[in-house]
Design a protein around this ligand. Structure first.
Ligand SMILES: N[C@@H](CCC(=O)N[C@@H](CS)C(=O)NCC(=O)O)C(=O)O
Length: 230
């Protein structure tokens, strides 16, 4: 049995989506990061970094496996179940490239964009503009790639798509727009339409304390209601 420690966050969405796609048995242990539940000694014992998501895989009760960092979790699960990631060759390389691009470039920049727009205690126009500019550039890069590829790794839906879905669901919170980027919008709607995406978002939206607001841009739930009109 797998336990997912998480909340209604961009990084948890990725993992919940993969678990739903795999159809494996798992439970969610809610960690309300907005009330500091991720800084308790109990949670720090699970992940000393104090961040969600984390999974604990107790398939072998004598040797439970704990994995944090959403990209590492996606790779761990894809390899364990031999699904949504090619075992070798160019398609695996493409999946990993776009997965890493999400984890190392898009995620951190979109997070900074949200912070400087809505959460920083002092307004800083230069920071707002800086992160907004880079975010637009990243969205354009995703859109350009998807102009020639059905999915991030080409013909097959893989963990790279699940990774990008997390922040795209929460895009309103960082003021990101995809309506004018038609390839990105087409891709986003295709993932949104998957039954596993509905189940994952419903599950996370239903966690106790989910949907809390720190700023007006956060008031929108992370549900499928965010599907873009075509
Ligand atoms: N690189 C990590 C980032 C994880 C992360 O930043 N998680 C956020 C929520 S999406 C969190 O736990 N924030 C709480 C905090 O840092 O206090 C990943 O991809 O999993």
């Amino acid at each position: 049995m797998i336990t997912l420690h998480g909340f209604d966050t961009a990084n948890t969405i990725k993992v919940a989506l993969l678990l739903e796609e795999l159809g494996v048995e798992y439970t969610v242990e809610p960690v309300n990061i907005r009330t500091g539940a991720n800084r308790t000694s109990a949670f720090l014992a699970v992940n000393p970094m104090g961040k969600v998501p984390v999974i604990v895989d107790r398939s072998n009760p004598k040797a439970p496996v704990t994995v944090s960092e959403s990209a590492a979790i996606l790779i761990y699960l894809a390899e364990k179940y031999d699904a949504f990631l090619a075992s070798d060759g160019p398609q695996r390389a493409a999946s990993l490239q776009w997965l890493m691009f999400q984890a190392a470039s898009c995620g951190p920049i979109f997070g900074q964009n949200e912070y400087w727009r809505h959460l920083a205690p002092e307004k800083n126009d230069a920071a707002v503009e800086h992160y907004a500019d880079i975010s637009l550039h990243l969205l354009d890069a995703l859109n350009a790639h998807l102009a020639n590829n059905g999915w991030f790794a080409g013909d097959d839906y893989t963990i790279a798509d699940m990774a990008h879905f997390g922040w795209m669901v929460r895009r309103h919170k960082a003021g990101l727009h995809i309506a004018e980027r038609r390839h990105l919008r087409r891709w986003f709607n295709a993932v949104s339409d998957r039954p596993a995406a509905h189940r994952a978002l419903d599950l996370l939206n239903g966690l106790p304390g989910a949907g809390g607001t720190k700023h007006p841009g956060n008031s929108r739930p992370i549900g499928i209601g965010n599907r873009e009109a075509t």
